[in-house]
Design a protein around this ligand. Sequence first.
Ligand code: GAL
Length: 986
Amino acid sequence: MSTIFHPREHEDPRPQRGALPAIASPAPHETNAASQSLNGTWRFRYTETVEAPDGEGDAFADPGYSDKKWASMPVPAHWVLNGYGAPQYQNIKYPFPVDAPYVPDQNPTGWYRYSFTPKWDAHKERGMSWYKVWVNGQFVGSSTGSRLPAEFDVTDVLKKGKNVIAVRVHQWSAASYLEDQDEWWLPGIFRDVTLLHRPHGCVQDYFIRTEYDHKSGKGTVWHDSDGCVLSIPELGIKTPGDKMTIDVEPWSAESPKLYKAVLTSKNGSEEITLKIGFRTVTTNGGVFRVNGRPVKLNGVNRHEFHPDLGRAVSQESMEQDIKLMKAHNVNAVRTSHYPPNRAWLDLCDEYGLYVIDECDYETHGFSEVGWENNPSDSERWTPALMSRVQRMWNRDKNHTCIVMWSLGNEAGIGINQARMSWWLKQRDDRPIHYEGDYECKYVDVYSRMYSSHADVAAAGKREEEKLPDGKQDAHRRGLPFLLCEYGHAMGNGPGGLTEYQDLFQRYERLMGGFIWEWIDHGFPRKTKDGEKYYVYGGDFGEEITDGNFCIDGLLFPNRKPSPALLELKKVIEPLRMTVQNGHLTIESRYDFIDTSHLALTWDLQAEGKSKGSGDLEVDPVAARARLTVPLPAEALQGPGGETYVTITAALKKGTKWAKKGHVVAWTQERVAPATQVDILSGELAAVEIGDNIKLGAAEFTARGQLISLGGIKFLSPLNVQLWRAPTDNDRNWLAKYWLQYGLDRLHERVDGIDVRSGHITVSTLVCPAATNKGYRVTYTYAAPRDSKDKSLHIHVRLAPFGWLSGLWTLPRVGVEFAIDKSHKGVKWYGLGPGEAYPDSKAHVAVGDHALDIDDWATPYVRPQENGNRMGVRRALISTSSAAALTTESWFGGNRGGLEVVSDPRQDKDDEEIWGTGCNLTVRRCTSKQLGSATHTPDIPDDGKVWVNIDYKHSGLGSASCGPGPQEKYYIKADAPITFGFTLRAV
Ligand code: GAL
């Protein structure tokens, strides 16, 4: 006898049963019809498989069933974040065999029950991978694709008084094959559950369409809504649907003007109040335009994520996101890779963000099996995919903020994209996006991800590689070009944003891009000692995982901006300001508004001290215009020393997203160079040789190792350091070569000491084990004769020997040493306040900065190189705290510590790239120790303060996903390197 198993109901690829057709159903706050939220605390039972315990089947749906022994579960929420099962993280791979439409027998299932008493009589219901719904024991329907609503008519099953809704939710279903987005798998009912009253004769479907004609300044509105009347009081419009054209203020992300619109059903039984805007999006001539103007998208990819709530993001969290985006000059968001909570789109309409609304569709895991049986090219999956695109469009079509529809992400290509695109095109004229359509058969923009600067430049010139089919090639070459993902913000990075932005601005075909991604998907945990930290893929014991690849956001999990977000804000600022020959040039990158909402000020600083400031009265600069004005003389004249003028453009009035005074754009320019004080120019101390060697205030061992300077003891040798704790970007590429070469395990042997006319020269050989290739290093020390000046000048020269095969760039080049742990604060004059690397330093400015050593580090979720301060002319590592240091002047005051003064750079030409002065890092562990930690609590306190003074740090690049650092940011490994600095005990 043989048994044949048919697919179980949750393995049926068909998307829904019993659900109502998708329409533009109003959100509860948009209609005067009653509604009742069924969110709250539900009764809950958890099983590891789809079968109910004790063979009781679906008896749990009966109203009389006793759920007394059940637990409770919040709705909306994920059961894996509320005590049942565990989240799991994979990027591409399915966490189960690729055996579509079948899913494993081990299939975590949530059984939900909730009792409620409706506040009125007649009804409709909306409800999460696959779920089945019963009301009062009667089956009402089942659905998949739970980011979008499914609506069920429950009119006939509801009764007066107590009603019971029961829902069975399976983590895995056929639909899981369609939802292989790069994020945590988080099951549960995570969207709202609402009971909606639909009065007799209520508004059915509605689509309010608008256009804006930039030539005439007129807007047109019409609607398709089954006999409803539309009124827009502010415009004096009342129409049953005919096109009306009238003077309007258009909507844009910069000026998101919305009009209140009221739709009244034919019999007056329902009124729906919406906010609509007037705007037109076109791609004619291969240029992306909004309201007739070419627009650049300075966007981010946003997954829905909150460290405590998962995808069940709250209204407050969404508001926090949009404010942060606006305050960081972001003007666009791609809802990667599914339609968001509908409230997010309301916020985007209102605050002004251009949105790419993306279909809930990704099948990336099929790439692991050569795309065999990929749903994109299979009839069997057509209903499911059409349902997804139709439900997205129907729910979201009335949102002004949506400027493009996206068919999904990384799902290969096939007949189903053709159908989805065709269906959308019958209904809507907004452009269609899908990166996977490489030949651009079904889309209106040519979209790529993670292209190199060179490839983006080629696309900008419409000179990208040809497609084999000439006609298709010409078509694609005629489309605007978008980077739907670039600048992978994993860990420390990305670098190179400035150069991308320059390209976007230069070529009209380039419509900008979206950084991957908005926030790190890290979950909080505490150590036994109560220290909070964040975990990532693998920390829940997943069978396969992509580790910290989900920690790749511009925000840390606690929504604090990372240096990458600050860099992005600066790079995409809407005003490009430059100071040259006593004049300020303002180039507006606004597309619609002028600069009258911004107040300009100047501030002059000499050697970090303010020497005056004032307002700048400048006429408003029109969108995309340029203006040059003279700067007042007092903004330009320093009283001596290195002098910088900083020009700031800040909000004159508070907005929804930032307070008055919020800085939107700034620039800084050097107006007078530094007067260099060369400690080697006076008389030099003589070398005294005893058991130890003495030079001024410095003491060395007989083998030339620095032991102390003034009262300061050196607790480790002062050695050349070429290694940095690899960043995620390094780890995916360059660090492999660095490790192969052994830069993390260099040996240094003193080869000789030469003592001559006030100089000690120590020659060493730096080389990894098992090779005979490395660097010959010479450290040359000199000190002033004046005994009050406890300075020591150190000059370092590295000369490569042997062929450094496979080593074309170094992670860093500098020295590392340790001093006593009593040092607390650091004050420096240089770039700051934040960390910076040569290809991510737009956001830092020259000035005096101070920080406690304990606040020095940037808390990347997975520990890695961080905290480098660039352009440091001088620094004081002090036993005083930063707070005390800020109030003290550099000279005098009650402070003790070690001062670091950088030599001028040898390679003046490269100042643009490497900055003036040195790089500085101060932390309580070594670079090596930092690199061995996998979570923040693993970073040890070594009981010493470790100081890195670097001549150069390699660029960051974006190689964790995308190109590495651009060549100009390489530190060439095969040429001699020299640098110098002074240490002074104070
Ligand atoms: C892209 C993908 C994103 C994300 C990113 C890397 O290929 O579309 O979802 O996986 O790479 O973080």
